[in-house]
Design a protein around this ligand. Structure first.
Ligand SMILES: O=C(O)CCC(=O)C(=O)O
Length: 258
């Protein structure tokens, strides 16, 4: 599935893009699942579990905001099947260099027009390694691969992903939670130059792969359209020592039989 150039790009620049990995019909099915998740959220008053998925909610101007749905596949079986799809798992397995992978994430991000949801500058290692033995880099290359399917087109004003090139080799920068929570794209106190960021424009169905040290962010959706993404994240077996919320989270997937 991957060329040697792809692998080099993943481990140096920090991300690769596989255009149109999922076709229009599959994207339509993913959207239907996201609509199901939105209906589930409508009946909820606060953050919590609902039918096997964990909804992180907020409010803006008295309206409910869906910040993210953790283990979205827990209540939407089609999303769970996408998480086990070889187009994602074979690439993750190759990058992690193991035939068995552990799926930690099946996460839905909505970014509805004007909802103010942002994901400030961060590395995913911040969310994997919470100290006290919660994470061990077993393969010496970060032991984690994040995949992100564009469910809608991602345009410059819909709150697209932004990556800092070559941050994959920087290791854990120990960025602060306040950076992640900040909607300030050009904060001068960051330990890198945010003006070097590359903005990713993508078509629905395009899929991004990036590692745990790649610095990235996405800011407010100021367009008139949704900017939904579906995230599946995989770890080298044994790297994770934390319990993730959601029914069936942290499942092991056998990708190749050796
Ligand atoms: O939905 C987004 O833009 C945020 C994605 C992200 O930060 C992540 O996958 O770690």
């Amino acid at each position: 599935m991957l060329t040697s150039k792809d692998k080099e790009t993943f481990f140096t620049r920090g991300w690769i893009v596989k255009p149109q990995l999922f076709d229009a019909e599959e994207i339509q099915q993913i959207r239907a699942c996201f609509e199901g998740l939105e209906s589930q959220a409508t009946g909820m008053e606060e953050t919590g579990l609902n039918a096997g998925s964990y909804f992180v909610l907020g409010t803006k101007n008295g309206e409910q905001i869906i910040k993210r749905v953790v283990w979205a596949g827990g209540s939407q079986p089609f999303l769970l099947s996408i998480g086990a799809d070889p187009r994602l798992t074979e690439i993750a397995s190759e990058l992690l260099d193991t035939p068995i992978i552990e799926q930690l994430l099946s996460q839905a991000h909505f970014k509805r027009p004007g909802d103010g949801v942002t994901f400030g500058w961060h590395q995913d290692i911040q969310h994997r390694d919470k100290g006290q033995g919660t994470w061990r880099d077993i393969n010496g290359q970060g032991s984690f691969v994040q995949t992100l399917i564009a469910v809608d087109d991602m345009t410059p004003n819909s709150g697209p992903l932004k990556f800092i090139p070559n941050s994959a080799s920087w290791g854990n920068l120990m960025l602060k939670d306040s950076d992640y929570e900040s909607a300030n794209e050009h904060d001068s106190t960051l330990p890198f130059d945010p003006t070097t960021a590359v903005t990713i424009e993508a078509k629905a169905g395009d899929t991004l792969f990036f590692g745990p040290y790649t610095v990235h962010a996405s800011f407010e959706n100021t367009s008139e359209s949704y900017r939904r993404v579906f995230i599946n994240g995989y770890a080298y077996p044994g790297a994770n020592n934390r319990v993730y919320p959601g029914e069936g989270a942290c499942r092991k997937l056998t990708v190749r039989h050796v």
